[in-house]
Each structure stands twice: as C-alpha cells, then as structure tokens.
Design a protein. Structure first.
Length: 336
C-alpha cells in the first residue's frame, strides 16, 4: 500500500520538491495501470478537468498565491456527489443515463475552493445500501490484503477506500449512514470518519436515509480525515493533535458492542481507552441496555429501509429489474 499523508504532501508542495501536476500524474498512472484496481475503483476519471485544476494551482503557487495550505493535493469523490457536468449514478445502472449535474455538491464545491484536485468518481455499493462493497454492475475493487484471493473492500464507499490504499488519491470523499466510511476503512487498514449528520451540508448528495446520512472522509490517518472534514464543513482547518481531551467525558457502551471481540481488536480498543485516560479524559462505562433490542428493531430494515423506500419507490415501479437484487430487497423491506 502506498499511503500519502496530507501533511507530507503539503510540505512537499510548499518546498517545491513536487508540483500538483506531478502528484496528479502519479495518481493517474496508478489508476490507469491495467494490472491494478483502477478500473474497478473509479467509475469515471476526469483527465482533462483534473489536469486543468492541477496546472492552475501550480500557476497560483508560482505567483506566491494559494487557495489553502493543501491546494494541489489529489482526492477522489464517491459516485453519490454531484460534480458539475458529470452524471451522478450512485453506483447504479438505472441512473447511468441521467442528465449531468448542473452544479457541484456543497462538499465538492468546498474542496475545489480550497484548491484540492478532484481526480474522479469512485465505485460504491449500489445506492450505498450494503456494507460489503460488492457492485455487480461495475465490478468490485479488491482489498489490498491478500489481493490474489480478492477479499471484499467493505462498503458502501469501496472505491474511496481503495483509491487511498493504492495511492490513487490522498483522501476519498465518502458518505456514511450505517458504516459506509468506517467499514471499508476498517477492512483495508486506513481511517474512516463519520461526523454528525448535520455537520456537513448534504446538498447535492444522492440520499440513502436523510435522517442518518453523513458526508464523511477516508484517508490514511485521523489527521488527514480531520483536514478534509474541516474543509467540507466550511471551518478552519484544525489538527487532532491540537485538541485537549482533559476533563472530557466519554461513554463506553457495555451492551452488545463488546461481545465476541477478536483478540487483536480487543487489545487495540483497550489501548485506545488507556491513551484517553492518560490524556486526562474521563471514561464512563454505560450499560445501554437498549442496544440489546437493536436486532429486533432492525429486523425489517428500520429507519434506513423506510426512508430509502420513500426515495426509490417510483424508480422501483419502472425499473426494478435494473437494481442489484440484494440492494432492491433491502429497499423493499421499507414498504412494510
């Protein structure tokens, strides 16, 4: 895996050791490698537009002007986000012939305003409704671990994760409703972040469940996620290292969520709790008995299925046979 941290790239650009165009061409070479995962990772690569963006950023930097400290860094965008002039297919066939978007999604517009280079649209589980990452229409990018056996990447932001692990982008813009950034990040060894649903403006993002959808980030580490999150949230860029946790209270749920942990996961979780305590945080063990009811509540899909069905019922009437059967079944649960 070829991880690129935003801080290392920022430093290289600021010092003149590289240019935005050079970074982009490296990413494009990896994405277009016939022996790599690019064909399954990207549903569309904007060669012309990305090169124009990169050259413009380099020209600004040569004049001593820049849009942000991270201008010129290459990122990918999940196929749920509107990008002006491009079709937002949401990983589906049924929307593949839809008209191109007239304007950028709010999060995309903020990335562009900060000078980040949007290289292309990443593959995903159809309509973001599975955590496995399979896409029967466009193929499934393989997990970097034991790639020869084609392990799943996790989803729904499958392509976003692989764009990062394989050095095709420094970060991936994704969405997370029930794990769509966090699951592929966990399965591929990177970091995925789901903010609160209201933190990032969701205008221009094809919805799954409007109550629960978040605009999230996948990147090599938490610091990179924090940078991109700050940008798309329209806030000043803030590093996690600057956050003081002394006196903050963290609840540690005890019901269900810690049952049957893999030994390595349990050790990592315990180590994380110790680091928080050592940094002055207050940890409170909380029973949260309500979590024991989750399986029963979600048996028919719960809020996600209901809201997804409300969004899809018209398309299902006219084109149900064009859906991934597994995704269609999950959506149709919401009818009940």
């Amino acid at each position: 895996m070829t991880f690129m941290t935003l801080e290392s790239l920022r430093t290289a650009l600021a010092s003149g050791r590289t240019t935005s165009r050079a970074l982009l061409e490296t990413c494009l070479e990896r994405a277009c490698d016939p022996h790599g995962e690019g064909a399954r990772t990207f549903l569309q690569i904007d060669l012309h537009g990305a090169r124009l963006q990169a050259d413009a950023v380099d020209a600004w930097r040569q004049k001593g002007r820049q849009l942000s400290p991270y201008a010129g860094i290459v990122v990918s965008v999940k196929d749920l986000f509107d990008v002006a002039g491009q079709v937002t297919a949401a990983g589906s066939r049924i929307l593949a012939d839809a008209p191109p978007a007239l304007e950028d999604a709010c999060a995309v517009a903020r990335l562009k305003a900060a000078g980040l280079i949007i290289m292309g649209r990443t593959n995903m589980s159809e309509f973001a409704y599975t955590g496995i990452g399979l896409n029967p229409h466009y193929g499934t990018p393989a997990n970097p671990f034991e790639r020869n056996v084609k392990r799943i990447p996790g989803g729904s932001s499958s392509g976003a994760a692989i764009s990062v692990t394989d050095g095709m982008a420094a970060a991936g813009l994704g969405t997370d409703t029930g794990g769509s950034c966090r699951i592929p990040a966990a399965l591929t060894g990177i970091t995925g972040f789901k903010p609160s649903a209201s933190r990032v403006d969701g205008r221009g993002v094809f919805a799954l469940s409007r109550s629960l959808d978040s605009v999230g980030v996948l990147a090599s580490d938490a610091a990179c996620c924090a940078v991109i999150d700050s940008i798309v949230a329209g806030q000043a860029i803030r590093s996690p290292s600057s956050i003081d946790v002394r006196g903050l209270r963290f609840g540690v749920p005890q019901t269900l969520v810690l049952d049957g942990l893999d030994r390595h996961v349990a050790q990592a979780f315990s180590s994380t709790l110790k680091r928080l305590r050592d940094a002055g945080a207050m940890l409170l063990e909380m029973p949260l008995d309500e979590l024991a009811e989750v399986a029963t509540i979600n048996r028919q899909g719960a809020i996600v299925a209901v809201e997804a069905y409300a969004l899809h019922q018209e398309m299902l009437r006219s084109g149900a046979d064009r859906y991934d059967p597994n995704v269609r079944a999950r959506i149709e649960n919401g009818a009940a």
